[in-house]
Design a binder for this molecule. Sequence first.
Ligand code: SF4
Length: 186
Amino acid sequence: MDCTNCTYDKKCRNAETCPATSFGRDEVIQKYGEESAIVQAAADLVDFGRAGTLSRLQETIAFAQKMNYKRIGLAYCYGMEKQVTQIVEILRESKLNVRAVSCTVGGIPQNEINPESAFCTVSCNPIGQARQLNNENVDLVVMIGLCLGHDILFQREVKADCTTLVVKDRVFNHAPLREITDSQKN
Ligand code: SF4
């Protein structure tokens, strides 16, 4: 399937199933029934004209409140600690219980995590970061600027529901779409 080169007149946009679809429609709808709390909380962020009125951080807070998540874990890149400190304050002002865990947690050197590394300075430790947040019994994890690959290891290990607030892009100031929009301007 390549929806960007659709040969079915974008039928799906008119709420019709196209022949390229290979999953069971009924089973999917049944699964949404099992996930109705998340479905409704997500809808509440955008329905009835609310779309575009909340920033992603405000959406994260509203979603956490709607889902009744009590304890929020932040898994963050140590390079963004200044901004994360402000995020912690904002979340706490919203009466959320916050646990913030830096990617450097555990203080494990790079050459212990990656035997091919020649460096003995501290490494990112996404598996330890996830296990720490698991031990802190957080209800929701918010990822902030984890490196590509580390984010995958983190998500494989973490037990709580997980969302991304900031995706790391060292070239485009953590806004990967800028690569596309900037090139379209030229
Ligand atoms: S109609 Fe099918 S192929 Fe076309 S965009 Fe929709 S899902 Fe993709």
